[in-house]
Design a protein around this ligand. Structure first.
Ligand SMILES: Nc1nc2c(c(=O)[nH]1)N=C([C@H](O)[C@H](O)COP(=O)(O)OP(=O)(O)OP(=O)(O)O)CN2
Length: 159
């Protein structure tokens, strides 16, 4: 049986590797749908609140009203300098790779499974018309890619 749980957060980012509008700072209302494999024991499988217990604070503290930033984006160094000069503590979610929705899905999938939740699919909606469906197989393939040292850089297949 699958339980679907939906969450959202608002975050800023840019994709500095794309030579288009996406290299400008901008934000999204990210819609997250988690698909959990559950087993029922009698009338109930896993309580809906058991997922929220882990995930609501996780999204609120790490992603909501944060800036998703690639550690090799020159802007990251600028923001670090700003915080050092002003003492301001900006909420930055640092990525080892560009903050594409694909890489966000990998990051979230890894973090959610770290809580011991049996996540089998993650849908990430970045805009009104674009959603990616990221499966357990996608995650395992990405783990091998990244462990094999595949470039984390965006590969934009020409249309
Ligand atoms: N495969 C991907 N394509 C794009 C990504 C991504 O992460 N993966 N990201 C972007 C940008 O973040 C951009 O902000 C969204 O681009 P846009 O082309 O505007 O997206 P939509 O067409 O879905 O937006 P609508 O407002 O619904 O028209 C670009 N591409």
């Amino acid at each position: 049986m699958i339980i679907q749980k939906s969450y959202k957060f608002y975050a800023a980012h840019r994709n500095e590797e794309l030579q288009d509008k996406c290299s400008n700072l901008h934000g999204h209302r990210y819609g997250i749908v988690c698909h959990f494999q559950v087993e029922r024991d009698g009338a109930i499988s896993t309580l809906f609140g058991d997922f929220d217990h882990f995930l609501e604070p996780h999204f609120k503290e790490n992603y909501d009203h944060a800036m998703l930033i690639h550690q090799h984006d020159p802007l990251y160094e600028t923001l670090q300098g700003h915080m050092k000069r002003t003492g301001e503590n900006l909420r930055l979610k640092v990525f080892p790779n560009p903050t594409s929705v694909e890489n966000l899905a990998f990051m979230l999938f890894s973090e959610i499974r770290e809580f011991g939740l049996d996540l089998v699919q993650l849908d990430v909606q970045e805009t009104d018309t674009s959603i990616i469906q990221y499966t357990l197989n996608d995650w395992r393939a990405d783990q091998e890619r990244f462990e094999a040292g595949a470039p984390h850089h965006a590969t934009v297949d020409s249309p």
